[in-house]
Every structure is written in structure tokens, then in C-alpha cells.
Design a binder for this molecule. Sequence first.
Ligand code: BG6
Length: 451
Amino acid sequence: MTSRIDTLVILGAGGDLTSRLLLPGIASYLASRDAQSVEIIGVDREDFSAAQWHKRISTAFASAPSALGTRVADASSYLRGDATNPDDLARVLAAAKGRVALYFALPPAVAELACRALSTMTLPAGITLVLEKPFGTDLRSAAALNRLLQTMVPEKQIFRVDHFLGKSTVLNLIGLRFANRIFEPLFSRDNVEKVEIIADESLGLEHRAGYYDHAGALEDMIQSHLLLVLALAAMEPPASLDAEDLRGSMAQVLRATRPWRKNGTSSRRARYGAGSVDGRRMPAYIDEDGVDPRRKTETLAQVTLAIDNWRWEGVPFIVRSGKALAESRQEVIVTFKEVPHLPAGLTGVASPSRLRVSLKPATLDLDLVVNGEGDPFTLDQSILHAELGEAELSAYGEVLADVLEGSSVISVRGDVAEQCWRIVEPVMKAWSKDLVPLETYPAGSLGPSEW
Ligand code: BG6
């Protein structure tokens, strides 16, 4: 398929997101689709020479065929400008040819200001606005941003990025659940004890205090990425994977989701102290550059959620994410209920069966209880393990494919973005009132010992 977007304007082209994820994502997409090139216009406040900007692009395209890197670099340009200034934006839009996508690779507050500036201008027909997560900073601001965007372009021209929806392993939850009779009928309160959705990272702050110290683990990971994973793990089967069906199913289950205790206290939060990860010393979070300890930002968050519908009533969904932990893992673990009766005469531990879907690395494990090898009447545990294939596109490549091809399947719909804030808001309130203590854990540990 060829690109429906002729020019991709990146606001915030000098930033880390552009060089680390966005440009390599474009490279991954263009290399895989043999698509026509797209013209990239980078915009930022810094002075970049044409040579510096081309170097940025060539570096990001290093693993793509060299002819592709050269073609894209030659067709791209850099404009110095302030994304919140209407005159600068007018200059940028005048330089953009054909169908334009405007990617806000900017912190949420600046992206909002840029949208306000754009809302006063006449925009090119068909322009796509691409907004990064977090979308807004709370329910109110997300709703206000949605209202503003609706005055500018139709919903199908708004793309809210959440790169977890571009991960093939996350999308694989759809195939796993709805293309296998052995799983789907079991995914309900009759058979499931609990569901855990975990994203632990061994990485620490990585010099991102400017953003992270305001967000923390709850907003950075749970509010966006993990609630969307929850939606795919718990939604009703959509009739098709077109944007309305899939996103409709996701929205429906998120509307039924709330904190287990409605006041948000079914949650835990902690912050890492000094320690070592993989033999590397890591300072305490509060000693990292740019951190304000008074903010009480958590680096590990866990929330237990309930889904008020027939399928999931009474099943806890435990969602957790943290930084500077002993190991990195991203998993959805479904623990099934114990069997109602074990034939007398079978001994050993009949631990419940579990389905473990690892999002990174891409693997699948089904823990089963079987008759043992030695004494056949003593139960043993056996694991069916599968390695899932590597995705053709990086998560950002997948996101950009949707943006450039004009699809909205993996764009977060406006109401879904608001639902995700609505779900975590009681937790944010409980934490701001100190109803949940802020615990500590040494960097490189598994978290606070009692968790
Ligand atoms: C980002 C968060 O959105 O996702 C980071 O801001 C986090 O804090 C990252 O590390 C995790 O994404 P991935 O693709 O490495 O699993």
C-alpha cells in the first residue's frame, strides 16, 4: 500500500522521541512496505543546519537499505520554529505539500498549546493531527483537549498514539482469545481467579525527570498502555477489526472498569531508593537530576480493578508497573480457578493452571497440572511453551503505518482516552490525600518486600 500522507511534519523534531523512536519507526515502515517515500519536515526551536538534520535521519535509517535513507533524507527539510506560535505554524503548513500529517512529538502541555494555536488558523484540507500519550494530564484536560480537537478536524483525522497498541504481542491477544475455542469460553468469572497485567522495567529514570517526575508510574504506564492491554484482554469479541468495531469493544469494557475499592485505595505506590541493577549502581530516585522529592512521585504503582459486567464480575484485574526493578518483564497472566473436585487418590499440589502471555519477549506459557513422571498418581507441573515470531514492524513502525495509510485501527479513540483517565482518577485522588502510603524499595529489587 502506498502512503496516503505526502508530508509528515514533526513538531519537536530535535527531541529524544523523534530520534529514538519516531524516525526509526518511519524507517521500519518504509523499508517493509516498499512504499513511496514521505517528505519529512522537522520543526523545533533549535538551530539545526540542513546537514545536521540529514544526519539525524540517516542515523535513524541506519538499518534500512541505504538508498531508502538517502531518498528520505533528500526529500526532507528542517524549519526552525516555535510549535506554539501561529506565525511559525503558518510558515510550516505553507511549506507542507499534499496531504499533511502533523505529529506532536512534544510534552503534553506544549502539544496542547500548539493545538490552541492551530485552532485559530485555517488548516489544510484532510490534515491528520497525531498526538502522543499522555493525552492530557487528567480527565478534565483530556476532555477539554478532545473538545478543542473536534472543533478543528473530524475524529477520523485525529490519531492518538499509544505505541503499546502497535506491539504485535499486544495485538496478538486478539488472535489468541478469538481464534481459539480453548481459551475464549474460559475467559470469564466462572473459570478465572484473577488477571495480572505487569510491566516491570529494570531501567530507571534515564534523565527524563522533566516529564516523569510529573507523571509517575500510574500515569506513565497504567493510565495509558496497561489499561489498553486490559481492554484487549477483557473485551467482548468484536465483529471485525475495523476501527469502529475494535475500538467500540475496547471502549465498552473500559466503561465498565473501575478501581476495586471505589475510593481508589485498592492501590499501592512506591519509590526506589539507592541500589544496583545488573551490577550498575543506581542513585535513589529522589537524588536523580531534576527530581523534586516534594512531588512524591511513585516509580512503582499497582492498582486492583474491577469490571462490572456479566463476564468479569468479582474477578480482580491487578495492573502493575515500575522502574528500577530486578528484571524487565511485560506480561498478562490469567490464573484459572481451582478445579471443583480432585479425584481422591491424586496427591501433590494441584496449583491452578495459568496462561502467561509475555509481551516482551514474545512468548506464551500455559502452566498445566499433569500426572507426574515418577509416581503417576502424584501431580506435577508442566509448562507448554511457545516462542512467538518477531514482528515485521517496530511498535512505532506499526503506529506510523496506520498514520501514513490513513487508518485509525490502533489510534486511541477520544472517549477511550477519557475513560482511561476516569478509571485512574480515584486512585490519583486517594494518593493526593495520602490515603495510600508511599513505600520504598531498593533499586534492583522485586519491589517492597510485602508486595
Ligand atoms: C513509554 C514510557 O511510553 O513506554 C516509558 O514513557 C516506558 O517510561 C516505555 O519505559 C516502555 O515501552 P517499551 O516499548 O520499551 O515496552
